[in-house]
Write a protein that binds this ligand. Structure first.
Ligand code: AMP
Length: 194
């Protein structure tokens, strides 16, 4: 794989957050639509995830939501997505989102976002995948997480590689450029026949 066709975005489902978080989610949705990159997300019509999907759809983008049946009502499944995949557990949701994506971006979010993010980073540590992960550190939101990962490395609970499993950008506009530079997507040179 050399280009990202489907980007999975993890982000918060809460609506009680500052406007700049909504703006970031909305801008990322619009960028993905503009660049014709399929958005894979949690399928809810709430919080940052709902607004991001709205923006992608408004831009004519393709949006695939993956939602467990038992929270379909709780998170109000987005009614207008291109495709809504209904699964039977949180684990199945994460597995499906993983399978559908070429790369991952993380916007600010709560415990669910944290869970999804740490899992996808851990799977990379275990060599289950080698897909790029971009943490979008909107207004320093993820600084404590980065500090915690630094501490894991400093104290020997994680190898120095842990810091290479993801890249950090501060603006959603930098997500696709970061993916374009991602070493995981580097094109293998064609074998020479001369
Ligand atoms: P939050 O960041 O807590 O607002 O949650 C973001 C999304 O993650 C929501 O769609 C939650 O349903 C989902 N989520 C929460 N916990 C989990 C989990 N353990 N596995 C998968 N998804 C989760």
């Amino acid at each position: 794989m050399t280009t990202v066709r489907s980007l999975c975005v993890y982000c918060g489902s809460s609506s009680r957050v500052a406007p700049h978080h909504f703006e970031a989610a909305s801008r990322l949705g619009a960028i993905l639509a503009q660049r014709r990159i399929r958005l894979i997300f949690g399928g809810g019509h709430v919080g940052l995830m709902g607004l991001m999907a709205d923006a992608a759809l408004a831009g004519g983008g393709e949006v695939i939501g993956v939602i467990p049946d038992f929270i379909e009502d709780l998170e109000v499944a987005h009614p207008d997505v291109t495709e809504l995949v209904v699964v039977d557990s949180m684990h199945a949701r994460k597995q499906k989102m993983f399978e559908l994506a070429d790369a991952f971006a993380v916007l600010p979010g709560g415990l669910g976002t944290l869970d999804e993010t740490l899992e996808i980073i851990t799977w990379k540590q275990l060599n289950i995948h080698d897909k790029p992960i971009v943490l979008v550190d909107v207004e320093g939101y993820w600084a404590p997480l980065r500090g915690l990962i630094d501490k894991l490395v400093d104290e020997g609970f994680a190898g120095p590689d842990a810091l290479n499993f993801f890249t950090v950008v501060t603006r959603v506009e930098d997500v696709l450029p970061a993916l374009a530079r991602a070493p995981e997507l580097a094109i293998e040179p064609e074998p020479s026949h001369i």
